[in-house]
Design a protein around this ligand. Structure first.
Ligand code: FES
Length: 147
């Protein structure tokens, strides 16, 4: 009996959380942060970048680049759900692009592809794009040394 009550309470809390999420975030943001398939760190990456944002949260991006094309990308963050969505979406957007083209993706491009972010989470998109730029910078530095 107690278990039934507990299950009912948990389901009610989950329903409220889901409702609040749906009121706050776009469907794309919810989909990306509930299933962040690109979360993680690549072993032996060709580029690494890590940035701590003004909110105190960090993001790390690792890339595999073959023949001048981004073949794989992963992100790690200790940030909020919006940051998970941004990191996941951004690492999807850059696959099969050259590092130069990936560096052209703006915060606005990322936000558009996510169908918007609440005002208080715009900096999460900024953190993601800046981390990507840092990662591409690392790629350029490593490749300069080889030349
Ligand atoms: Fe800090 Fe989203 S990155 S709140």
């Amino acid at each position: 009996m107690v278990d039934d009550e507990l299950v009912k309470t948990i389901k009610e809390i989950q329903r409220k959380i889901d409702y609040e999420e749906e009121q706050t975030y776009s469907k794309v943001v919810i989909r990306e942060y509930r299933n962040p398939g690109n979360f993680g760190v690549l072993e032996h990456p060709d580029a690494v970048g890590m940035i701590k944002g003004p909110c105190g949260d960090s993001m790390k991006i690792t890339l595999k680049v073959e023949n001048g094309i981004i073949k794989d990308a992963r992100f790690w963050t200790d940030g909020c759900g919006a940051t998970l969505a941004c990191g996941n979406k951004l690492t999807k957007m850059i696959k099969s692009k050259t590092p130069t083209d990936a560096a052209k993706i703006s915060q606005q491009d990322l936000m558009t592809s996510l169908e918007g972010l609440p005002k208080k989470h715009i900096h999460c998109a900024t953190l993601s794009v800046i981390t990507l730029l840092e990662t591409i910078n690392d790629y350029r530095k490593r490749n300069k040394k080889k030349e």
